[in-house]
Ligand binder design. Structure first.
Ligand code: ZN
Length: 294
């Protein structure tokens, strides 16, 4: 199926709501929203739970297991970009978690009811969460059973962290931060410099640039958790409250998932102020490169 990767086809449209889903897909993972109120899974991504209208949805790793509910063999694609690989199969996959998802089915002889598993596939420059019959997996497992699984955390300074690990650090903001950030970026927004004007804005005070606030999270991941060698692959931050000058901010990360085969982590991130108000809340995906034995 290597020709799939060469296709010139339109990709998914990513918005803030769906961004975590596509970022995970790019890493070959499938994540679904899960409702904290009614304990059910949700797909496609939404702002509120379609079962109980709760806003308490969180992203969770899906099992990647499912069942083929129905399928179509496409001979005449709706977009000419797909023509080189026609006929191909698309189907409705009933995921083990409950929701149904439309996806490509990598099967020559699909059958309704057949067990499927996630098969991340590069199509037209993007990794899409496709599915394939489960027995391929069993065959592969048999072949691979004699080889040791790859340790993605070999030679990483702090080693592999664990889900639930947390780290935080704090610092005090200053006018010097604002000047330094302007020197770096050219951001000379008057809300950072004109005190009279800033008082009339919803902030009611001079505020530091958002990059200064989130910057503390750069320090936490690079110094503490996962530690030296860490860079962000993806960040998704909501700015809830502006941070002023001479305020103490606390950046905190909590590890929500970690891969074995690659030094990639998912983190829940917050920045709070000295009063405990949440100023920034979001998620990040990090990559920690080995710095030893280079
Ligand atoms: Zn619900």
């Amino acid at each position: 199926m290597s020709e799939l990767s060469d296709l010139k086809v339109p990709g998914p449209t990513t918005i803030a709501l769906t961004e975590p889903f596509w970022a995970a897909a790019e890493e070959g993972r499938l994540i679904l929203q899960h409702c904290r109120s009614c304990d059910r899974s949700v797909f496609y991504p939404r702002e509120i739970c379609p079962h109980c209208w709760s806003g308490g949805l969180e992203w969770r790793e899906a099992s990647g297991q499912g069942r083929l509910k129905s399928f179509s063999r496409i001979h005449r694609p709706g977009h000419p970009g797909w023509a080189p690989v026609a006929p191909y199969v698309v189907g409705l996959v009933e995921l083990a978690e409950g929701p149904t998802m439309l996806s490509h089915i990598l099967a020559d002889e699909p059958e309704v009811g057949m067990p499927l598993e996630l098969a991340p596939t590069r199509i037209g420059g993007r990794v899409l969460p496709c599915f394939r019959p489960q027995f391929h997996h069993q065959e592969e497992k048999t072949i691979m059973s004699d080889t040791k699984p790859k340790d993605g955390w070999a030679n990483v300074t702090r080693g592999k962290p664990s889900v639930g690990d947390t780290a935080e650090r704090s610092r005090k903001t200053s006018m010097d931060d604002i000047h330094a950030f302007t020197a770096m970026t050219g951001d000379r927004n008057p809300v950072h410099y004109d005190e009279e004007l800033a008082k009339k804005t919803p902030f009611g005070k001079l505020v530091v640039q958002g990059g200064i606030t989130t910057g503390i999270l750069n320090a936490v991941v690079a110094e503490d958790l996962p530690g030296p060698g860490t860079v962000f692959l993806n960040t998704n931050f909501n700015f809830k409250k502006a941070v002023g000058i001479d305020e103490t901010i606390i950046g905190r990360v909590e590890l929500t998932s970690v891969r074995d085969d690659k030094p990639i982590c998912q983190l829940a991130c917050t920045v709070t102020n000295q009063d405990g108000d949440v100023c920034v809340e979001g998620t990040a995906v990090t990559y920690t490169m080995p710095l030893e034995n280079l």
